[in-house]
Structure formats: C-alpha cells, structure tokens
Ligand binder design. Structure first.
Ligand code: IPD
Ligand code: CA
Ligand code: CA
Length: 266
C-alpha cells in the first residue's frame, strides 16, 4: 500500500474512534435534536462529530477537499474526503445502537481509504485500496452463499419516501419473497460494512449521498465483493444508487431489481 494511503487510513481511523467516543457521550441521553426534513434529523452530536473529524483531516491533509453531510465543503483538488459524522442519526436519536461514523477518501470514483466505526456495537471496519478489508483488525471477506434462498439482504428507503413513486416498495416486496431475510437497519455505511464481513450477502439502495456509502463501498470491494449501479454498470459511490453483493449473487440480484422496477408506477 502506498505510504500515503497507510497514513490516510491511520488518520481516518483515529478520527473515527475519537468521534465515536464523543458521540457515545450523548447516546441514550438527552441529545438536542433538530429536524432537517419531515423525517430527517440532526443532533448536536452529528455537528460535534463532523467538526472533530474535519479538524483532524485538515490538520493532516490541508491540501485535500472535505465534503461532509453537516457542513460546507472545503478545499479544492482531486483528493476528496467524504464524512458522515453519524450515519443512522434516527437510530442514534432513538437509542438504537445501529449507527456509525463513515469516513472515505476518494480520487474521482476511485476509493482509496474507508473507515466505518460503530461505537455502540464496538466494531470498526476499514480498507485501503489494494490492501484488503478488516473488521477489528482481522481480515474480512464477503460470504460464499450462492442462492437467494440462503441470502440475508439489507436495504434502505429514500429520504423523500413520502413524496416519490420510487419508494423501494416494489423491490422490497420481491426480495421478501425470494430471499431468506430482508432487513432495514438504518445505516447504509454499516449495511455495506456488514456485506464486507460476510454478515449480509446483499445490499441495495438508491438516493444515497456519497458520505453514506463511499467508505462502505471500498470495504465491500476490498473484501472481494461486487458493486454496481442498478443497471449493472460500474458503481460510482458518488452517484446515488448502489448494489453491493458477495459477487456470486450479483446477477440474480440485478435481475430481481430489474423485475421489481418494471412495476413502479410511471
Ligand atoms: C441515512 C442512513 C439510512 C439510509 C438513508 C441515509 P443518515 O443516513 O444511511 O440507512 O437509508 O438513505 O440518509 O441520515 O442517518 O446520515
Ligand atoms: Ca448518512
Ligand atoms: Ca448522517
């Protein structure tokens, strides 16, 4: 691994762990919560976590651009850090432990470094390009399950679900009938990390932001999984729609998504 990426990975992991400790100070306590949209929340801990992570990255890489969910983008250039200071804010605000900090470094569509840290679960996933994926320091790989009958799938719904016809209900209905199980856990970053370590076999979702999925997507690809957009074209985690699988199941999953999407009212 080039030294730069090793260093970037260390900076990202340290920042994620520090931010994790910070947000745990507010977990299951009365964090101040505001609404960004009808269902979309932000807490004082999202803001504090993003501030901390930005400071750590800016100090180590002042020449890089930083794009975070809760603040203005800063810096210029082709090296871009995507930060989600709490992915799964609704869970965090309700005291549900499935949330994480997601930090990814990309050059255009190329993932270089990704860290997903879930402080309430006590797990950290990380990956750097060409160096594999790790959960809590141990190498992880995607599952080998080869049929949908055996597959545990995970997905999420668009933030504007109340105002769109493209709600993911058609896809969900079909997967419920074809797969062993389907979950909606509430953090895209963790969903992807758990595809990377073989817990989940399949993930699909659209209307995502780059900070939701950049880190997790690199973890999946470094763990040997397959990523694409819904139509099977190469994945660009900055583009909004993503299918991530253990590879073996990818074609069957794309076929099911295609079939489901034919039923979406026009
Ligand atoms: C959300 C979570 C959720 C996904 C949404 C995201 P947030 O991020 O990742 O799983 O379904 O699309 O917006 O708002 O908790 O950072
Ligand atoms: Ca998010
Ligand atoms: Ca967030």
């Amino acid at each position: 691994m080039p030294d730069d990426w090793q260093h970037a990975l260390e900076v990202a992991e340290r920042a994620a762990l520090e931010a994790g400790a910070l947000i745990m100070e507010g977990f299951r306590l009365s964090a101040r919560v505001s609404r960004k949209g009808r269902f979309d929340l932000v807490t004082e801990f999202d803001l504090a976590s993003e501030r901390l992570i930005r400071e750590r990255i800016e100090a180590a890489f002042p020449e890089h651009r930083i794009v975070g969910e809760e603040g203005e983008a800063t810096g210029e250039g082709e090296m871009v850090w995507y930060i989600d200071p709490i992915d799964g804010t609704v869970n965090f605000a309700h005291g549900h432990p499935y949330f994480g900090i997601s930090i990814g470094l990309y050059r255009e569509a190329e993932g270089l470094v990704g860290v997903v840290h879930a402080p309430a679960l006590g797990n950290t996933w990380k990956a750097a390009k060409g160096a594999g994926a790790f959960r809590d320091g141990h190498r992880c790989v995607v599952s080998e399950r080869s049929t949908l009958d055996e597959a545990l799938c995970t997905t999420g719904f668009p933030g504007n679900v109340a105002n769109t016809r493209d709600t993911n209900e058609a896809e969900l209905a079909l997967f419920l009938r074809h797969a062993r199980g389907v979950r909606r856990c509430g953090s895209a970053a963790l969903d992807l990390a758990l595809v990377g370590d073989g817990t989940f076999d399949v993930y699909w979702e659209r209307a995502l932001k780059p900070w939701d999925i950049c880190a997790g997507a690199l973890i999946v690809s470094e763990a040997g999984g397959t990523l694409s957009s819904y139509d099977g074209s190469p994945a660009d985690p900055r583009s909004g729609a993503l299918v991530a699988t253990n590879g073996v199941l990818h074609e069957s999953v794309l076929k099911l998504i295609r079939e489901a999407r034919r039923k979406i009212p026009g």
